[in-house]
Design a protein around this ligand. Structure first.
Ligand SMILES: [Zn+2]
Length: 62
């Protein structure tokens, strides 16, 4: 099950849309390059088990 969510780039602050595969777990983290500035963000994803709302924190890589 895949859904989309939004995060703000840790570098440039621009909003990015990302695909989240909920079947991958309620907590996930992976690196994704910003669609605006192409720099790598570490995304920390938390999925609410009841509502399936997604929260994403972004951090600098490295
Ligand atoms: Zn950026």
């Amino acid at each position: 099950m895949q859904t989309t969510s939004e995060y703000f780039c840790a570098f440039c602050g621009e909003p990015n849309t990302t695909f989240v595969d909920i079947s991958g777990g309620m907590q996930q983290s992976y690196v994704e390059d910003c669609q605006i500035c192409c720099r790598p963000n570490i995304l920390y994803i938390r999925v609410d088990e009841d509502t399936l709302d997604i929260e994403i924190d972004s951090d600098y890589e490295g």
